[in-house]
Design a protein around this ligand. Structure first.
Ligand SMILES: C[S@@+](CC[C@H](N)C(=O)[O-])C[C@H]1O[C@@H](n2cnc3c(N)ncnc32)[C@H](O)[C@@H]1O
Length: 372
């Protein structure tokens, strides 16, 4: 369902000067609806569908622009954690300082040429990449987008409070069908969005289309190699826990269940076919391979493809388990019996730094579109 013309007229009355309204009215009379996203500060992004401020339908969503998605489309992609539980999600996962460092690393590689670039952020959530972009590129105009209205509302309120003088817009957008016209953006950014999609290849093709010649896309995504080597280690730890002899300390039952769930989750996320019905219930659908990006990004029209690991230190596996326990159970790796922690440090020492570069857990993906 799209916004009808009545809603569009209400939106236009509220936000546009009379002369612009007259031009648009003429357009409507000619059957040409206005198709653009207005940014604070006057900049506009051309759209391929009519878009309106959802505030004219429901005051809770005022200031969020959308072609007005139906519930079914939204629920196909996102579930409770990003909808009803949006504020808990933001509390748990918001870490803007950490992401500022990583977005900064990505921007160095993406080499954005313009000093006042137009940036599209996909699956913005609570803003882990949006706020770093606003801080690191002071003259950027930013379109923050997501499918979740509750998350967009949290993000919009914060942007209006802290970045009122900046050029930005907040839009409800399905990342698999980017409704902007061709060749407008200097940079597209997505932090942990592609692995939620059924067809990230569609999104990459759309990114290539909406980027200007020479533009870049920057993603932060999880990869199979690091996760599966850790799964092998966790499975052998769980096996040893089951066969433990009398005087060895057991692993806490909650931690056993957590490790089993992680291994199961990573197993399901392998491979490229996401057509099975189970993926309709799952938010996290993918663990990527380096080859996937190399192949799909080039097919999408990108000329350069580079992936670099976010985690690379000598304690790769023990630090990852510590981070997972903190997020998942609000515990640390100190909860593990000494023998189990030692298994992780054995895995840490098994690889040279050179080999660890291929054991990516999370990677920074930089894609560059050719100049012509
Ligand atoms: C893991 S969160 C990341 C949020 C944010 N980028 C961050 O770094 O914290 C994934 C986000 O993608 C959004 N999302 C999932 N599927 C989507 C889709 N098809 N189109 C747009 N956003 C989507 C979710 O609502 C959620 O906000």
């Amino acid at each position: 369902m799209r916004l009808d013309n009545k809603v569009m007229r209400g939106v236009a009355r509220a936000v546009l000067p009379a002369t612009v309204r007259r031009i648009i009215k003429t357009g409507l009379a000619l059957g040409v609806p206005p198709k653009f996203l207005p940014l604070r500060g006057g900049r506009r992004v051309r759209a391929t569908v009519p878009m309106g401020d959802l505030g004219s339908i429901d005051p809770r969503w005022a200031g969020i622009y959308s072609p007005n998605y139906g519930d079914e489309e939204v629920h196909k992609f996102i579930h409770r954690q990003f909808l009803e539980d949006a504020s808990t999600y933001v509390e748990l996962y918001q870490n803007v300082e950490y992401w500022k460092y990583l977005v900064g690393r990505g921007l160095e590689q993406a080499e954005v040429g313009s000093p006042s670039p137009l940036v599209l952020d996909l699956g913005s959530g609570g803003g882990n990449s949006v706020f770093p972009l606003l801080d690191l590129i002071p003259r950027a105009s930013i379109v923050a987008s997501d499918l979740s209205l509750p998350l967009l509302k949290i993000l919009k309120d914060y942007m209006e409070e802290r970045y009122a003088e900046r050029s930005f817009a907040v839009a409800q957008l399905n990342a698999e069908e980017i409704f902007f016209a061709d060749s407008q953006f200097d940079l597209v950014v997505g932090r942990a969005i592609l692995h939620h999609l059924f067809s990230p290849e569609k999104t990459l093709a759309e990114c290539a289309r909406v980027l200007k010649p020479g533009g870049s896309a920057l993603f932060f995504e999880p990869f199979e190699a690091g996760h599966q080597v850790l799964a092998l280690t966790l499975r052998s730890i769980l096996e040893r826990d089951r066969r433990r002899c009398g005087d060895e300390e057991p692993i806490e039952p909650a931690v056993v269940r957590f490790f089993e769930a992680l291994c199961q989750d990573w197993e399901v996320r392998k491979g490229e076919d996401k057509s099975a019905p189970q993926y309709l219930q799952i938010d996290d659908k993918w663990l990527f391979t380096l080859d996937y990006f190399e192949r799909v990004a080039r097919e999408a029209g990108f000329r350069e493809v580079a992936v670099s690991p976010i985690q690379l230190g000598p304690h790769l596996f023990s630090e990852k388990v510590d981070a997972l326990l903190r997020i998942g159970l609000q515990m640390t790796a100190a909860v593990l019996p000494r023998w189990a922690f030692r298994c992780l440090t054995v895995a840490d020492r098994a690889f040279t730094e050179e080999a660890r570069r291929h054991l990516v857990f999370e990677g920074i993906v930089v894609l560059r579109k050719g100049k012509s």
